[in-house]
Design a protein around this ligand. Sequence first.
Ligand code: URA
Length: 440
Amino acid sequence: MRMVDIILKKRNGGELSNEEIAFFIKGYTDGTIPDYQVSALLMAIYFRGMTPRETAVLTDRMAHSGDTVDLSAIQGIKVDKHSTGGVGDKTSLVIAPIVAACGVPVAKMSGRGLGHTGGTLDKLESIPGLSVSVERERFFQIVQDIGLAIIGQTGDIAPADKNLYALRDVTATVDNLSLIASSIMSKKLAAGSDAIVLDVKTGSGAFMKTLDDSIQLAQAMVQIGEHNGRHTVALITDMDIPLGHAIGNSLEVIEAVQTLKGHGPADLTQVCMQLASNMLFVAKKGTLEECRTLAEEAISSGRAFEKLKAMAKAMGGDVSVLDDPEQFQKATIVQEVKATKDGYITHIQTEQCGIASSVLGAGRERKEDSIDPSAGIILVKKYGEAVSAGDSIARLYTSQKQSVQQAQEMLLDAIEIGSEKPEPEKLVYARVTADSIERY
Ligand code: URA
């Protein structure tokens, strides 16, 4: 079998056989197929798509490209959560500690920034000293002791996804249903949890821009999960505007801490509560309403914040920055972006905000790039708010002088000011299960 023939077949719109998919995943994982051929195949998949059978086989091969984790030694129903990616999406840092504080173990493998979206690992690593590369034994130990660990994919867990993820990030091949579904579900299947809650984002800052596409992606992932014996539920949540005010790694950790202390932004708090309630629900902690009360208590009692601190400490982090965010390393340049006219914020082109944050140093352009944990954006004004010309609408944080002007122009372009106050956006659009789509 030759990789070039597989690329040609997909380029011409053909359907890959199980053997061809297995060949390319094995070859890429063992290093016999180079990045450039896989990049070409990814682009062909992007344009030609994959059938549900191809997607299921791709997921299965990726999940089995390394070891699978057996979490049965840990008592209770283990619940995992994964987002399809967004801008300002720091929900994992809030939800996982809440759920763990309610007695449900969370053993989670997260990703780095992808395309214009941020990644939980990069955010966690902005905590000085914290390492997301945790050996299997230690991972288990942390989950046993604290009830919560969020780590990076070790070389032996779904390595095919680890490699493909980094390649997709820099080859403009992220936003494809089959590639997203197989990436997320391969990790989730390999990581061994009993139940999975998926946060499928929709809107201008999501990879799926329309509600219909987002529901289709949710259904594909729920089916893969259930087919593999994992109770899987998906919420379709809004990513038409950035979640919360903070975009960028340490800025988002600070906002997650505020939310865990009960004074985070309303939109972020609301989405986190819904996701956390669903995680507690699939862990059989009660009705959705009872689970919401449990989640609220985990915050008001301070237990959820303590869980985040305990996890960060166990992973080598200096948790003094969580108690006092002023101690985070600071960007050397802070630049205000000002409104050019009076009115209301009527639209935020969210993907542009994500790219602007990356330009400031919060994301990568090439696989080998490192990121600046202190770089990013604070949206001072959000969708629907009134502004006057000259008001600060955003603050840019960076240590790269040359990127300020470009980021500022992108942001001014991305934030529209109109004369009429717009209707409030929905935060949660639908809940997708194995046999239903409940629209809100
Ligand atoms: N998250 C992932 O892990 N993979 C994707 O492709 C998108 C979001």
